[in-house]
Design a protein around this ligand. Structure first.
Ligand code: NDP
Ligand code: A1CAB
Length: 274
């Protein structure tokens, strides 16, 4: 890619995306990052990435401007950039949870091509999953560009209804945290069954990796794969019965519902501001 991709905010998610792009061979001189914190920028600068603490300077060189600050500060970050963005007209890619494309467009002065992307942190190891939504000003070339950038670090899917970005957030944007939570719980349970920490951890993580690889490559869905582990009258059956008794499915349904609802709430609370 000969375009310059500029990230405003060099935190966890920008770090995962930029790190993933670098690992895929994206030229460091074609990446730029800005952050208020010099500390956040140091590791990237040492890899040859252009960095600054001045968002205006970042916006002045970006062909694609990735918005990677917290939703709560996005309006204050964007309003001072409206002039430079209107002059340069980069493709805007916002990864901020909840904030509607229309709010971003308004804060930046209007009439802009905006893609909302909901990536996840496994982008750092090129195993990301990203949902994408394009506003009507994004043409096919810009769509392809956004998909190429996020596709460098994992799979991408487009949704044509912006509200579905909150659903993507619930499944995959926040999703890694659910799997880490399950891993934490399994390691703790393994320890309480007498395994040492290192053993419980390595068995848990390898099992998670193996299960995911199987689920991706197998000829059957997760339900059938689970059935194949579950011998009638055996051990797994008891474990699944305990999970069902603990209403774990319902807990996941509630968790994803709460996650998506928070996205909509952020849009109401923060997106409506002038
Ligand atoms: N983390 C995740 O898994 C995912 C996050 N997202 C979205 O990505 C965005 C970033 O999240 P995340 O990376 O976790 O957050 P982080 O807090 O890790 O990163 C945000 C960075 O922006 C910096 N920052 C704050 N104000 C400014 C400013 N005015 N100009 C430039 N940089 C600034 C912050 O510095 P400081 O810390 O000093 O304030 C911080 O380094 C959010 O909008 C979130 O919704 C989307 C998908 C997944
Ligand atoms: O927790 C959050 O708000 C962000 C968005 C998705 C993952 N992390």
């Amino acid at each position: 890619m000969t375009i310059t991709i500029g990230f405003i905010g060099a935190g966890n998610m920008a770090g995962a995306l930029a790190g993933g792009l670098l690992a895929r061979g994206h030229a460091p001189e074609r990446l730029a990052l800005s952050d208020t914190s010099e500390q956040q920028l140091q590791a990237f600068r040492s890899q040859g990435v252009w960095t600054t603490q001045d968002n205006q300077a970042l916006a002045a060189r970006a062909d694609v401007l990735v918005l990677a600050v917290k939703p709560q500060v996005l309006k204050d970050v964007l309003k001072p950039l409206a002039g430079i963005v209107q002059a340069r007209r980069p493709l805007i890619v916002s990864i901020a949870a909840g904030i509607p494309a229309a709010s971003i467009e308004r804060w930046l002065g209007g009439n802009l091509a905006i893609v909302r992307a909901m990536p996840n942190t496994p982008a750092l190891v090129q195993a990301g999953a990203t949902g994408l939504y394009a506003n009507p000003r994004v043409d096919e070339t810009l769509r392809a560009r956004a998909a190429e950038i996020l596709g460098a670090v994992g799979i991408t899917v487009w949704v044509e209804d912006e509200a579905l970005i909150d659903s993507v957030t619930a499944v995959s944007g926040s999703g890694p945290a659910y799997f880490f939570y399950v891993m934490e719980a399994m390691v703790a349970a393994g320890r309480s069954l007498g395994l040492d920490e290192a053993t419980a951890r390595s068995l848990t993580l390898q099992t998670a990796l193996g299960a995911a690889q199987m689920a991706i490559t197998a000829d059957a869905g997760p339900e059938e794969l689970r059935r194949r582990v579950t011998s009638p009258g055996g051990t797994t059956e008891r474990a699944i019965a305990a999970l069902d008794a603990g209403k774990v499915r319902e807990a996941f349904a509630n968790a994803l519902q709460a996650c998506a609802a928070r996205g909509a709430e952020l849009a109401d609370v923060l997106g409506g501001q002038d």
